[in-house]
Design a binder for this molecule. Structure first.
Ligand code: THU
Length: 135
């Protein structure tokens, strides 16, 4: 945790708080996310599950959809916090949705105890992605 910059530390804290609000009665696997916009605004998200399991929305996409629906489309970083021994990367669907908004977005991955944090570029998680410039 010492290695990451202050604003990313804050982002991890906000994702942890959002994780507390997860609606995950089926998986019992709460996840939190926090999205840092270019202007410094932060949107948080949690996973929102459904009795029809496939309709679940991951924490990352919740945060992104909240931000976009409030008029933000320029993002610097997104943090994701879950309870695992090692930080875990977003699912494939979320990687695609993050990439939509730019190849330079940092993905800040932490576990709930914050013992370790990984920061990678979205392009490292989804190489040769299909995106807006492919059209
Ligand atoms: N989940 C997320 O919210 N984000 C991820 O990066 C991985 C998975 C959610 C989906 C589901 O509600 C639960 O975690 C178990 O897969």
């Amino acid at each position: 945790m010492e290695k990451i910059r202050g604003e990313y530390r804050m982002l991890v804290e906000r994702a942890k708080e959002a994780r507390e609000r997860a609606y995950a009665p089926y998986s019992r696997f709460p996840v939190g996310a926090a999205l840092l916009c270019e202007d410094g605004t932060i949107y948080t998200g949690c996973n929102v599950e459904n009795a029809s399991y496939g309709l679940t929305c991951c924490a990352e996409r919740t945060a992104i959809f909240k931000a976009v629906s409030e008029g933000h489309t320029k993002f610097r970083a997104i943090s994701v916090v879950l309870d695992s021994t090692d930080p875990s990367a977003p699912c494939g669907a979320c990687r695609q949705v993050i990439f939509e908004f730019g190849p330079d977005i940092d993905v800040v991955m932490a576990n709930v105890g914050s013992e370790s944090v990984d920061v990678v570029k979205i392009t490292d998680l989804i190489p040769r992605a299909f995106g807006p410039s492919s059209l």
